[in-house]
Design a protein around this ligand. Structure first.
Ligand SMILES: Nc1ncnc2c1ncn2[C@@H]1O[C@H](COP(=O)(O)OP(=O)(O)O)[C@@H](O)[C@H]1O
Ligand SMILES: O=C(CO)[C@@H](O)[C@@H](O)COP(=O)(O)O
Length: 555
């Protein structure tokens, strides 16, 4: 039999990428990236140009289709593979990235009647403007003793489905009414490939408070938030919820023609980016923390038992790999903080010197920062440029840089920002361990491990742990292709289970990053200072960040 292949499509924050994967060994035969034409919409609405309020982050759903119709034909062309040998397609997405759709599955924002209403658009995962709703959900859930709250580290995030839907209801009831369903973008793209909505258990479990045995929060709870939400689960979130690796359907004629694939091939149910990456680095057992490192970091871990961990995003049975409890925690800005610094705060001379040296500003700063020793700059930062997603779960917290003097250099600030994100990860590792969930080894994948060696060494030193790095360029996409192989099944040349797919296809580099003991000792001291600042500004010692944010609201 000919070699068989699957397509994995990874939808990130700034772009989508398709990868054609060899199912015999997980090799990425060809890949192609399509940046989103409309980028992240966080300042002005397309068409009307209306200014968006603070903390909004939207996307254009047709950018997602463009990824399919541009990147898939491109990988097919590059590889020269016969479409008859491609047996399936799988996708992974940022989450909770959600949108309101009509009965015909049209995004409301694509219809002239709704396009000028910001609530008709896709709310991206990092849309943080539903914090008031999230606070009320948490208050009410705690008051009523809702048992699901503990599964989400004691707090629901403003990033999640219920907070976002409730914000729509509060601020644009006409959009709430017009929406036939609210869906995760990952499920919407699958509906475009197959013709029907199939909701996946991963986004439902982590982002929409759905539980395998108990379903969604009760009608009584939803009604206690707002009587108009009482029937939400059975109406606008309706439909069966199926496990990862399930075949959602078959590729329809329309998308087959637009992508150059054969109609009828298996389409796997949607998945989340970070979750798809776990089997792709070969992690199918507990104790191995996988960090999907890009714009943000998601920390994924398997466990044998369901434990309560402060501020984790969630624990979902079978949420990552069947047979285990899947834990998720995360930092809502990592690469985004470095990008902010490079775009908004470096002096002109740095840009000029980087251009003269023929390197990017990131690379220039990394090179200079690598010459510094831990503690040498006298700087310490809190990594809350986009709020705190674990362990405090509070999007009203902001960033902090301490220790600047008239001699502080840009590369020192850059290094302090890299370090701050490593301390954020260490805090998450500590939270898991103190709740009895083992973390023995770190695995890293995503864009950052390939882009910044210094960053990765700092993570090894700050956590004092070895890091295994993925040997794939687009790890979540390889994971999505693995789930496509499972959806296609062995009869088509795929696999029976994701564990079997991982045994054959997962890849990590031979060489692991090892901590430098001298650096680790200095970082231990610096980390304790970070913890002091973290608790002072994050646990009510001084709510100055919130007071400043409130003042800002007057402008
Ligand atoms: N050399 C670099 N060092 C550190 N961060 C970088 C570097 N180059 C780009 N970045 C950051 O990487 C992030 C994008 O990560 P990537 O994994 O490619 O995308 P996504 O999060 O969309 O999946 C951006 O936030 C950008 O600032
Ligand atoms: O929150 C999740 C997954 O649960 C991510 O989709 C989100 O952090 C965005 O990931 P990226 O940083 O764009 O890779």
């Amino acid at each position: 039999m000919n070699r068989k292949y699957a397509i994995g499509v990874d939808y990130g924050t700034q772009s989508g990428r398709a990868v054609l994967v060899d199912l015999s060994n997980g090799h990425e035969v060809a890949d192609h990236v399509t940046p989103y034409a409309h980028h992240v919409i966080d300042e002005r609405l397309p068409h009307s140009g209306e200014a968006l309020e603070a903390d909004w982050a939207l996307q254009h759903p047709l950018d997602y289709i463009e990824v399919l119709t541009t990147s898939i034909p491109e990988v097919m062309k590059q590889s020269g593979i016969d479409p008859a040998d491609v047996i399936g397609i799988g996708i992974d997405f940022t989450a909770c990235t959600m949108l309101p759709i009509t009965e015909l599955h049209e995004p409301l924002c694509t219809l002239p009647a709704y396009q000028d209403n910001p609530h008709s658009w896709v709310k991206l995962w990092k849309h943080h403007a539903a914090q008031d709703e999230a606070n009320l959900i948490n208050e009410m859930a705690a008051k009523r003793g809702e048992k699901w709250l503990a599964r989400y580290g004691g707090k629901i995030s403003s990033e999640w489905m219920l907070a976002k839907i409730w914000q729509i209801l509060n601020e644009a009831p006409e959009i709430y009414e017009a929406a036939d369903q609210f869906v995760e973008a990952t499920d919407w793209v699958i509906s475009q490939l197959t013709g029907q909505i199939t909701r996946n258990s991963c986004t439902a479990g982590y982002k929409a408070i759905w539980h395998k045995q108990d379903g969604y929060p009760s009608e009584a709870f939803l009604a206690s938030l707002d009587p108009r939400l009482e029937k939400l689960a059975d109406t606008k979130l309706r439909g069966d919820i199926v496990p990862l690796g399930t075949k959602a359907g078959e590729l329809n004629e329309k998308l087959a023609a637009l992508t150059g694939l054969r109609p009828g091939i298996a389409v796997a149910v949607g998945n989340v980016d970070a979750h798809a990456a776990v089997p792709a680095v070969g992690v199918v057992t507990p104790g191995k923390l996988v960090m999907a490192m890009g714009t943000s970091i998601c920390h994924m871990l398997l466990g044998d038992e369901e434990k309560e961990v402060e501020g984790m995003c969630g624990v979902v049975e079978d949420g990552i790999i069947p047979g285990f409890y899947g834990y998720e925690a995360g930092q809502s800005a990592v690469g985004d903080i470095f990008e902010w610094y490079v775009d908004e705060a470096v002096p002109a001379y740095v840009k000029e010197e980087a251009a003269q040296a023929g390197v990017s500003v990131h690379e220039w700063l990394e090179g200079k920062a690598a010459l510094q020793q831990p503690g040498q700059s006298g700087l310490l930062a809190l990594d809350w440029w986009n709020g705190n997603r674990s362990t405090l779960v509070d999007t009203d917290l902001t960033g902090l840089l301490l220790g600047c003097t008239l001699l502080t250099k840009p590369e020192e600030i850059y290094r302090a920002l890299l370090e701050s994100t490593a301390y954020g990860t260490r805090k998450i590792v500590d939270a898991f361990r103190s709740s009895g969930v083992a973390v023995d080894t770190l695995y890293a994948c995503g864009g950052l491990p390939q882009k910044n060696r210094l960053l990765m060494q700092i993570y090894a030193d700050v956590t004092n742990m070895e890091i295994r790095v993925a040997d794939s360029k687009h790890t979540p996409a390889v994971g999505a292709a693995m789930f496509a192989a499972v959806a296609a099944g062995p009869e088509a040349g795929g696999y029976a289970t994701i564990v079997e797919a991982a045994e054959n296809m997962a890849r990590v580099r031979e060489e692991a990053l090892r901590p430098n003991p001298e650096h680790a000792a200095v970082y231990e001291e610096l980390y304790q200072e970070y913890v002091t600042l973290h608790d002072y500004f994050g646990r009510g010692g001084n709510d100055v960040m919130k007071r400043l944010k409130n003042l800002k609201k007057h402008y």
